[in-house]
Write a protein that binds this ligand. Structure first.
Ligand SMILES: Nc1ncnc2c1ncn2[C@@H]1O[C@H](COP(=O)(O)OP(=O)(O)OP(=O)(O)O)[C@@H](O)[C@H]1O
Length: 348
């Protein structure tokens, strides 16, 4: 059975806003982070993800309850001991003066070095490994203040890795990264849980990646309820849809995607076989509000009402053509942009 690394008991998180007043963000949270698991903390803006991450990291004393790291109360651990067990990556830009990326990552070894901060060859090897793991070898000699937000974020993750902690907490680690890097970093974190048996909790707005990669999701709602389960459990229980559905946006339990409510423009018969062009044609038509009825051949279309529009996808290895039939008149377009623009102008 997996061992519990970080546990909370009746934790209440929030802020003392004045001498007499508190703002409670969530209460009675009793959860565990297990060794070898990647947990994604999800929730709408303002739900309390950052507050929870900071409270779990020993940075923001809770309003009630406790956080235990292995057997110890995290708020009673001496800073060097805490740094050996837990590393934290925040989104806030840190002012590190003139440090090179390499030096910043090597600071992650600080809890293990002697009084002078000298790195052993083993420390150096870990620093190199951490930098390589996040794909930042080419950045190592650059000054941190000259890095882009995404490049700096990778270095901050490498610094946290170099700390060789038992548990890593990351607040929106992929916020500044482009899509391929977001996938890479999430996969790396997942792989780390497998290879090092670390427990990793990261907060993110990347629902799609979380659904695909997390072992477990902690879903924090705006009224302070924490739903916990495999991503698929939370989709099936309706917790995902309840938390994220809002005016104009809807979570589709079948596809796991979010949809914008667009005004319905009518139905289109799409004549096409399967294939990538067909998939993206459907996406384009749905985006602008058409319901798509897919048919495989033209005979179906000949029986439909003349007022109904049909779109036929004709493709060969060199080009794609979209042939539109409306009221027995035929038009042709060479791009989805032209097709959508044309359909938008038709009154149906
Ligand atoms: N220093 C503070 N003092 C009082 N209230 C605060 C403070 N910081 C945040 N809050 C409030 O606590 C609640 C939770 O904020 P938090 O930043 O944890 O949410 P979040 O889920 O991380 O949001 P986001 O997704 O927008 O980053 C919000 O209502 C916020 O306004």
């Amino acid at each position: 059975m997996s061992s519990q690394i970080l546990t909370t008991h009746n934790l209440t998180i929030g802020y003392k806003t004045s001498r007499k007043n508190v703002r409670c963000v969530a209460s009675d949270i009793s959860v565990s982070l297990l060794a070898g698991e990647l947990v994604c903390l999800l929730g709408p803006n303002g739900a309390g993800k950052s507050t929870l991450v900071r409270s779990l990291a020993g940075m923001q004393p809770p309003l009630g309850g406790e956080v235990r790291l292995l057997e110890d109360d995290i708020y009673k651990l001496a800073p060097p001991e805490l740094a050996k067990r837990l590393s934290l990556v925040l989104t806030e830009k840190v002012d590190v003066g003139m440090l090179s990326a390499y030096t910043l990552v090597s600071l992650g070894r600080h809890p293990y070095t002697n009084w002078w901060g000298n790195l052993t060859s083993e420390d150096e090897a870990i620093v190199h490994w951490a930098i390589k793991s996040v794909g930042a070898v080419h950045l190592a000699q650059r000054q941190v203040k000259e890095l882009s937000d995404g490049e700096r974020q990778k270095i901050m993750i490498a610094r946290a890795l170099a700390q060789s902690p038992t548990v890593m907490l990351l607040d929106e680690p992929t916020a500044f990264l482009d899509l391929p890097r977001r996938v890479e970093i999430m996969q790396l974190l997942r792989q780390l849980t497998r290879e090092t048996n670390q427990a990793i909790l990261l907060s993110t707005h990347d629902l799609d990646l979380a659904l695909r990669l997390a072992d477990k999701v902690w879903l924090l709602t705006t009224n302070g309820i924490l739903h916990i389960g495999a991503p698929e459990d939370l989709v099936l229980s309706g917790a995902f849809a309840d938390t994220f559905n809002s005016e104009g946006v809807e979570f589709d339990v079948n596809s796991g995607d979010f949809y914008l409510h667009t005004s319905h423009k009518g139905e289109i018969n799409l004549i096409a076989d399967e294939g990538i062009v067909v998939e993206w044609t459907i996406r384009a038509l749905q985006r602008v509000g058409f319901r798509v009825k897919q048919c495989e051949n033209f005979s179906v279309v000949q029986n439909v009402k003349p007022t109904q529009i049909s779109v036929e996808v004709i493709s060969n290895s060199e080009q794609v053509l979209w042939r539109i039939t409306n009221n027995k008149t035929v038009y042709a377009h060479h791009s989805l942009y032209e097709l959508v623009k044309f359909l938008n102008c038709l009154s149906i």
